[in-house]
Design a protein. Structure first.
Length: 760
């Protein structure tokens, strides 16, 4: 045989390595298009080098079919519905209305744009009109109140009831209607209730007459916000015993979450209806590059892009601007008038591309959208986001799996699993910062007795002087002015020169605002000059370079007390913890080329300690292999993949978690917010499933590398530059867990800060 016969005549490679017969990503995409899609409007999205993992078309043939005559409501309300073009109802609306009229506590779950508001508003107005009393409809944001006010007034006026909005921007007329007791229904938010319950006697008198409370967008209370809602409702229930209704488009555990927040058993009315056809495309690749590629193929289309964090939204908008693609940002913290203008311009089509945090998930009217693009979120959350696309007609939803993301790579290999995993809401009722605030508020609102709060925190608050024991009654020493229902802990204010430009909550602020740190804010890039934690201030300068930073840090946990223990599939303990973060340096890198990195160390490390909740366990030792830092790398890799795998269980909660491991197998996973947010407890309760997903990810990664890769063991949150890591040892450790191997070490060694090596 001649030598030439070993080589491909076209590419001149060895025939065993010839790539001529391999199909390009673009060719495979177009095959998917020809076989399944066949919609010429969508062909440009397939004619790209960005990998299409999956295409699915969801039909939109659901139509309301229940006649209004079947409703046991007044003719005035029926006529009001008809004048808005509603002649028939969906079955979930009919069922919810009936159950609410019967006085039950009800949770309604249905997709965006299917009439959940009518499902709770119609029976609420009917009951208040016939039985008297007051009602509160509670929304998570002021923007939603403004958006829904007109509809609420329309239906209420048909029954001669008055409606008032009650929030920080309400005018004097609305506030007077509420505080005088003349309003029948108020649209408000939790922050307003918290403040006026504590400080305004006339508002407490209003609350005494409340018979019905509605919590719209229930899923938005997952996490720290939900901890506050639990205690806020306890305060309200000292003055009245209302019927509670909740509504959400995105929640897979409505009954369980309702029980956590309100300590009640709910009737759940759920329906999965869609009025318009939806095309679903799952892409895989670099999120920012893929978005740029898609937008270049969607000229003159109205596109809404969802990022999962403030940071990703700011980064994407900055990149789009550099690529010559005009985009606007919608997020919390924008001035109210600017936010309204952006919403209006997008609704009217003057803005074509809008990048948003979860703020636009919450039912604000922005009109029809041609295409919705999203970072990875659980399917039910994605349905909430793409509810904006093509209401009543054809729309397109695009999910972009991130190439350097563990759970994205899991779904790339198992795309059908994406539709099966649940988005579960969670809250930690036992957050001590939250409890302290609301117990102090209770004592200010009405005389408080020890019998009402059976909790050791009361004694600690008396000892510290926060509560005053007046012989049978407890009196408040006042609440902290900087407490927020929405963000745990203190915030660091950011100044550019003398101008205040924003703030970051601790402990996250330590990782972003350390000296030399680079971040993007309002589409401008800044570098931190100084961080002063005593004054809670950071001073910054504008930074024109393309480079970004990632912090180098360690985290040291101290065990305060064990709250709960499990023995399967491993001995694990849910605990109160104190975590100290030490930022020692940072990595300066090019976001377009991850290989170009420079490590810088701080002259003086930055540290911050906070109380939180989390769990710990001791993983089995893997069989010994001849690798450097084998055990340390094995347990570090297991900690990383366990936290990343939690996204499939907690609904994207990994960004709210932190973790550390030790070379002798102790692994801590904790809530990355002061006092705890509930996500670690949810993961703790589903630890077996999280380990199953972790093992699947590690075993099926194609990298074949000892240390793994960004698709399996690497974490963008790692504070040790993803070193050391050992994929093989992590696989063996998890396999031993499932074979029944257990360790029962003495966890009391962590009751004091010990000189261990910790890998975050």
């Amino acid at each position: 045989m001649e030598a030439n016969e070993y080589f491909c005549p076209r590419c001149r490679r060895l025939k065993s390595r010839c790539v001529c017969a391999r199909k390009s990503t673009r060719q495979r995409n177009l095959e998917i298009f020809d076989e399944i899609c066949r919609d010429d409007e969508l062909k440009p999205l397939f004619n790209t080098d960005c990998e299409v993992v999956l295409f699915r078309r969801f039909s939109g043939n659901h139509r309301p079919d229940v006649e209004l005559d079947r409703l046991d409501i007044s003719e005035n309300l029926k006529k009001a519905l008809q004048l808005r073009g509603i002649e028939k109802l969906f079955r979930f609306q009919y069922e919810a209305i009936g159950r609410i009229l019967a006085g039950g506590d009800v949770i309604i779950t249905a997709p965006t744009g299917t009439g959940k508001t009518e499902a709770f508003l119609i029976p609420l107005i009917e009951r208040i009109a016939s039985d008297g009393g007051k009602a509160m409809v509670i929304y998570p944001t002021k923007a939603l109140i403004r958006d829904q006010l007109g509809k609420a007034r329309y239906y209420a006026e048909s029954m001669n009831l008055s409606v008032a909005d009650f929030h920080g921007d309400s005018d004097r007329v609305s506030r007077r209607l509420v505080l005088s007791g003349d309003a029948d229904v108020i649209l408000t938010n939790p922050d307003m209730i918290d403040y006026h319950m504590r400080n305004t006697p006339s508002f407490r008198r209003f609350v005494e007459r409340v018979r019905i409370i509605v919590f719209d967008e229930l899923h938005s209370y997952s996490g720290y916000f939900g901890s506050n809602i639990y205690w806020l409702v306890r305060r309200i229930e000292r003055f009245c015993k209302p019927q509670i209704i909740a509504s959400s488009a995105t929640i897979d555990n409505p009954g369980e979450f309702g029980k956590i927040l309100f300590e009640r058993d709910f009737e759940v009315v759920s329906e999965n209806v869609r009025t318009g056809e939806l095309n679903f495309i799952m892409f895989y690749g670099n999120f920012y590059r893929t978005v740029v590629e898609i937008l270049r193929r969607l000229k003159d289309r109205k596109v809404l892009i969802f990022g999962n964090s403030y940071k990703s939204v700011e980064t994407l908008a900055w990149i789009l601007e550099r690529e010559g693609l005009r985009a606007y940002v919608h997020k919390s913290g924008l001035p109210a008038d600017l936010k309204k203008r952006i919403e209006m311009d997008f609704r009217n089509g003057r803005i074509k591309v809008l990048v948003s945090t979860s703020t636009l998930e919450l039912g604000i009217d922005i009109g029809d959208v041609d295409v919705v693009i999203s970072e990875p979120v659980p399917f039910s959350n994605f349905l909430q986001r793409i509810g904006r696309a093509g209401r009543g007609r054809k729309g397109t939803g695009i999910l972009i799996l991130r190439e350097e993301d563990t759970i994205s790579n899991y779904y790339r290999k198992n795309p059908e699993e994406y539709f099966r995993e649940k988005a579960l809401c969670y809250a930690e009722r036992d957050n001590e910062l939250v409890k302290e605030h609301h117990i102090l508020s209770m004592a200010m609102e009405m005389p408080l007795t020890r019998d009402e709060i059976d909790d050791p925190i009361v004694d600690r608050m008396v000892e510290s002087g926060l509560l005053i024991d007046g012989g049978g009654f407890l009196f408040s020493g006042g609440v902290k002015r900087d407490f927020s229902l929405r963000g745990a802990g203190k915030s660091v204010k950011i100044y550019h020169g003398e101008r205040f430009i924003g703030e970051r909550v601790l402990p996250v602020a330590v990782k972003e605002l350390h000296p030399g740190g680079v971040f993007i804010h309002n589409m401008r890039k800044y570098r931190v000059l100084e961080l002063n934690l005593e004054k809670l201030e950071a001073h910054v300068e504008e930074f024109g370079d393309v480079l970004i930073t990632t912090p180098l840090y360690s985290a040291t946990p101290r065990l305060i007390r064990v709250l709960e223990s499990i023995s399967e599939p491993i001995d694990a303990h849910y605990c109160d913890l104190e975590v100290t973060i030490f930022v020692t340096g940072y990595i300066l890198k090019n976001p377009y080329d991850d290989s170009k990195k420079t490590v810088r160390y701080l002259e003086k490390p930055v540290s911050y300690s906070f109380r939180t909740k989390g769990f710990l366990f001791a993983a089995p030792f893997p069989e010994k292999m001849d690798y450097e830092d084998y055990y340390a790398g094995s347990f570090h890799a297991l900690e990383h993949v366990l936290i990343d795998a939690s996204d499939a269980i907690t609904g994207g909660g990994s960004s709210n978690l932190g973790g550390v491991s030790t070379p002798d197998g102790f692994i801590f996973v904790y809530d990355a917010s002061e006092g705890g947010n509930g996500v670690s407890k949810l993961l703790f309760s589903r630890l077996e499933r999280a380990l199953e997903i972790s093992l699947n990810v590690l075993e099926n990664c194609e990298c074949g590398r000892e240390d793994g890769c960004p698709k399996c063991t690497y974490s963008y949150q790692c504070g040790n530059n993803n070193q050391p890591l050992n994929r093989f040892g992590a696989i063996d450790a998890i396999r031993k867990v499932f074979s029944g191997v257990k360790r029962k070490p003495d966890i009391s060694v962590f009751e004091e800060v010990r000189d261990f090596v910790y890998y975050p």
